[in-house]
Design a protein around this ligand. Structure first.
Ligand SMILES: CC(C)(COP(=O)(O)OP(=O)(O)OC[C@H]1O[C@@H](n2cnc3c(N)ncnc32)[C@H](O)[C@@H]1OP(=O)(O)O)[C@@H](O)C(=O)NCCC(=O)NCCSC(=O)C[C@H](O)C(=O)O
Ligand SMILES: [Mg+2]
Length: 287
């Protein structure tokens, strides 16, 4: 699996302890799965969940869905054993929660195979201040926003417009983009039966620049996949911009005009990115 071109519109958490959900995930149109051993699993169930998950990863076929394992923090009594049991079970990525500094990432990197990508939960105020250094860590390929923990630590209110979280959300996207090639995933929407609220929050996250959103329930997948995919009119415009720019270059001009708007090389870069994303989504859908 080429994780660098993989789409990450929908990234569904599944508690590692829930056999039925581990089974159901094989049929859901989600781009990636986070198999969770951390907050979705009660302390008394952690040891069993670890074994259940290891067996599921070895025996079940999750197709093209990226398989991300969220372990417990290495500072907890469970983290080290999570890594020992899961590190060769077939995960594509390890996700480390409660990270504060790049040094926290070093500790996990030392325990994994050198080619195992690491994603990081951005969910403490300290992690947001250190976002740039964390995203620049050579083993980090993804940042996942933990809006629930951030809200708890900030002591802020939960608002539909997410104003209290806006600085953190933007710093996470900026850190991922500054590091180049690092995926940025938005936090979860807790009211999982509220489709309209989810749609609005997906569109906000997309407009901020996130690649996709973390989810907690299968009912959230389709809305999210739609919101984070390019629309047909964006695809059409991208194709026309590329063609117009190529024509203008042939006639010795550095710019073109499409739909009354200027098209320069940088717009062509953005247009090609839209087409590449659509291609990746089509390949994902072709099982
Ligand atoms: C939220 C839930 C507890 C709701 O569960 P339930 O009441 O069982 O839902 P349904 O009866 O509507 O389920 C319908 C079917 O869907 C399956 N299902 C449910 N959830 C999932 C799932 N996440 N993945 C796959 N399949 C799922 C059920 O098994 C039913 O199947 P079937 O029997 O065939 O009909 C529950 O959805 C849930 O536990 N969600 C995950 C919660 C979770 O992972 N939380 C931790 C991550 S959030 C977080 O920590 C973010 C971050 O760290 C932060 O700080 O913000
Ligand atoms: Mg959290």
């Amino acid at each position: 699996m080429d994780l660098t071109t993989h789409p990450y519109r929908s990234v569904l958490y599944i508690p590692g302890s829930k056999e039925r959900a581990l089974e159901k995930a094989m049929t859901l149109p989600t781009d990636a799965i986070i198999f969770d051993l951390e907050d979705a699993v009660a302390p008394d169930a952690k040891a069993e969940a670890r074994e259940t998950l290891a067996t599921a990863l070895k025996e079940k076929d999750y197709g093209k869905r990226a398989k991300i394992v969220r372990i417990n923090a290495l500072t907890t009594e469970w983290g080290n054993e999570d890594v020992r049991v899961l590190k060769d079970a077939g995960a594509d990525v390890f996700l480390l929660p409660k990270v504060n500094t790049p040094t926290d990432v070093d500790a996990l990197a030392d325990m994994l195979a050198p080619d195992m990508p690491i994603w990081v939960m951005m969910e403490t105020p300290v992690s947001v201040f250190n976002a740039r250094e964390i995203a620049a860590h050579q083993r980090v390929t993804g940042l996942v926003t933990g809006t629930n923990d951030l809200t708890k630590d900030l002591g802020c209110r939960t608002r539909a417009d997410r104003l209290p979280l806006m600085t953190a959300l933007q710093m996470i996207v900026m850190a991922a983009r500054a590091a180049r090639g690092v995926v940025a995933i938005d936090g979860v929407y807790n009211r999982f039966r509220d489709g309209d609220g989810l749609k609005a929050e997906c569109e906000q996250g997309r407009d901020l620049g996130f690649d996709g959103k973390t989810l907690i329930h299968p009912a959230q997948v389709e809305v999210t996949n739609t919101a984070f995919a390019p629309t047909q009119s964006e695809i059409d415009l991208a194709q026309r911009q590329i063609e117009a720019y190529e024509d203008s270059m042939k006639s010795g001009q550095g710019v073109a005009v499409v739909d009354g708007q200027i098209v320069e090389n940088l717009h062509v870069v953005a247009a090609k990115r839209i087409l590449a994303k659509m291609q990746a989504i089509s390949e994902m859908a072709a099982e």
